[in-house]
Each structure stands twice: as C-alpha cells, then as structure tokens.
Design a protein around this ligand. Sequence first.
Ligand SMILES: [Zn+2]
Length: 245
Amino acid sequence: MTQNILSQLETAINNSNYTVALCGSGCLKECGLYELKSQEHAYAIESKYGISPEYLYTSAYYSSRPKQFFDFYKNELLTPENPPSPTSIALAAMEKKEKLNFTITSNIFNFPQRAGCKNVINLHGHIYNNYCTTCGHNHSVEYIKNSDSIPLCEKCGRAIRPGVSFFGDMMDNALITKAIEEIEKSELLLLLGTTLRSEVFHHFLNHFNGHTLAIIHEDEDVSDKNADIVIYSQPKKVFHELGYI
Ligand SMILES: [Zn+2]
C-alpha cells in the first residue's frame, strides 16, 4: 500500500458528494470470521456435519431437519464473542463525518449498524432478527443460543426462523431496489473485501454511473483492472491509515 494510492483514495473520499460502501466476505475474514461458502470452510463443515453447507444452510434443511439445522447454526454462526468489526467502526466514523452516505453488506452479523452506522442494508438479513413464523414475535440471539435444541417461540411455542437468507432463498425485492437506488446515486463506490465479480454484488454494479470505483481487498482478481483505485490490503488497515480507526 503506497502513500500515493492512499492519498488518491483520500482525495476521492473528500471530493465525493455521495459515497456508498459495499462490504463482502473480506470484511469477515479480517476479523477471523468466514463465509460458509468459502472452499476451505465448506470442506471443514462437511467433515464435521456430514453434509455440505450448500444443503445445510437452506430453507429445506431448516424445515425438514430443524434439530440438525440449529446444532449447525448455533455452533458455526452464533459465535460467543462478536463485537463490531474494525471496518464497520471506520464506516460509522465516516458516516458521522459525512464522508459516507450508505453501506450495503452481504454479511449477516449486523456489524455496520452495531458499530453506529445509520444508513445500512443487510442484503442477507442478520442473526439478531429471529422471528416466530406464526406470530412474528422477535427473539434475541441469546434466546436462540440458550435454547436446548430447537428454539420455539416464547409466546406461542411455534417455530422460530433466523432472519437471514439461506442459500437459494430469493433476496427481498424492496432491499434490491433500495440497493440499486443507492448505487445509482453514488459518485464514489467503495468495494470492501469484495470484487467486481462478487456473486452477490456484480448485478448491482451495472447501475453504477459515478466517477470513482475503489476496491480494497486482499485478493487480486482479473476484474480489478476495471476499477479506478485498487488497494490490495485489508479494509481495516486502509481505514486505519486514513485515520478513521
Ligand atoms: Zn410465536
């Protein structure tokens, strides 16, 4: 990470009238978490549960094998300590200083909001929303964690569903529309821990008409050449250099 590229990014941030950040799996990786689909973890999960995350983390599995589903879900996704990530703390600081207008994340830990960002879309929902499929009552993560086996609604005793998108679930149309609107408005788009070929974000990126597309990601990708600024580093390190954390 050279000083030159950092000052280019800093200038882009300072000159932009509307900045949107997209947070991908790299924002998990930099704080020791991972995406279920990442190859190395998919293999580890398959060895542990005898079934791949592509089948485990689906509505069909949740409905047909709730006990096994919640064993997996509690062990793998409801980790004991889960403070907001450094990058999300930086995004909240940027938002407060009016250097960031909106954050769109595919991660399910609600980091940006928990760090203090106000304008956020959790494209895939988040683990803090656990609703009763019958009466709609919401339950805390602790309630899910502390339930013996299959968590049931404390009001009506029916099934609780984690408010996250499982693999193969349709994304909420209202969220997609809002995400597209935000990307269309942006002059500066920050891709944090993700690439232009991201499975989640690439559909949205066609709607970008702004002037600067910046990628901050550890892993190189062939599509990086289409960005204006590319920094091969963890987003948290870049934000630290820029003084946001
Ligand atoms: Zn209920």
